[in-house]
Write a protein of this length. Structure first.
Length: 280
């Protein structure tokens, strides 16, 4: 499971969880091709080594262009994408995964997720296709996203390949203890999307106080808190300043009192909550 190397963090480099960098760049809504490619290139040359996208984001080609433009070897970049809910029938998984790799300009995808357990998702039909891609070598790891523990258990029963990660919304206002506990038991990494609650963390007094103590932002504190929990984060950012601010979170070392203060926040916000979500 996740490692947290204090020396790496102090040096401003990124610790890893089972080989996956624990801070990545999210690309949701980054749909302007030039801006998307530029943000990827900026992040990689700043030190990021984990890039997250999805078929549904309609930016895989731009993400690939940014990776190609950066002065960073492809083998040093952990690249993740997700199969859309409309493409989860077995044959569609196989076809569109290859299309994603082509758009990204890569021979191998480091982590391929099932984006949601809904739409055309059928565990018995969908997951064997992920096994086929894994055996073929097109993907290095199989991931799931927005899965509740029961869905993870079902996936583990069907897949031959291990379930590497579960990507869920997770932040100080939605700590997802039951997901984290289940994934710890299953030896599955947790990856947090919307780790700053789409900006809501800036209005939380506890985070504001801790941020002032560290001369940093509430967003950086939220990312540092997630890392303390063994959670990998993929905050969305486009501009250099925001990309750098998130990177700064790696130098923040929260003490136990600060972690407890965040854990005690009496407020729950779920930012992504469609009616057909698996938890509804």
């Amino acid at each position: 499971m996740a490692t947290d190397d204090a020396e790496e963090i102090a040096a401003g480099t990124c610790p890893t969880a089972s080989g996956m960098p624990m801070l990545g760049l999210g690309t949701w809504q980054n749909t302007d091709p030039d801006q998307c490619a530029e943000s990827i290139e900026t992040a990689l040359e700043m030190g990021y080594r984990h890039i997250d996208t999805a078929q549904a984001y309609d930016n895989e080609e731009a993400v690939g262009e940014g990776i190609a433009a950066a002065d960073v070897p492809r083998e040093d970049v952990f690249l993740a994408t997700k199969v859309s809910t409309s493409n989860l029938a077995s044959e569609d998984v196989l076809e569109t995964a290859h299309e994603s790799a082509d758009r990204l300009g890569v021979e191998t995808i480091d982590l391929l997720y099932v984006h949601w357990p809904k739409g055309s998702y059928d565990a018995e039909d969908t997951l064997p296709a992920f096994d086929e891609l894994y055996d073929e070598g097109l993907i290095e790891n199989v991931g799931v996203s927005n899965f509740e523990p029961r869905h993870i258990e079902e996936a583990m029963d069907i897949l031959d390949a291990p379930v590497f990660a579960n990507q869920v919304e997770l932040h100080p206002l939605l700590p997802q203890e039951h997901i984290r506990e289940a994934c710890e038991n299953y030896d599955v990494e947790v990856v947090a999307y919307s780790p700053i609650a789409r900006g809501e963390v800036f209005d939380v007094e506890e985070l504001r106080e801790i941020a002032a103590n560290h001369d940093t932002s509430e967003a950086a504190v939220a990312l540092a808190w997630a890392r303390e929990k063994g959670v990998t984060t993929i905050p969305k950012a486009t501009g250099r300043d925001h990309i750098a601010d998130n990177w700064e979170s790696l130098s923040i070392d929260l003490d136990s009192d600060e972690v407890n203060m965040i854990d005690s926040i009496d407020r729950i916000n779920r930012e992504v909550d469609p009616d057909d979500a698996p938890w509804n």
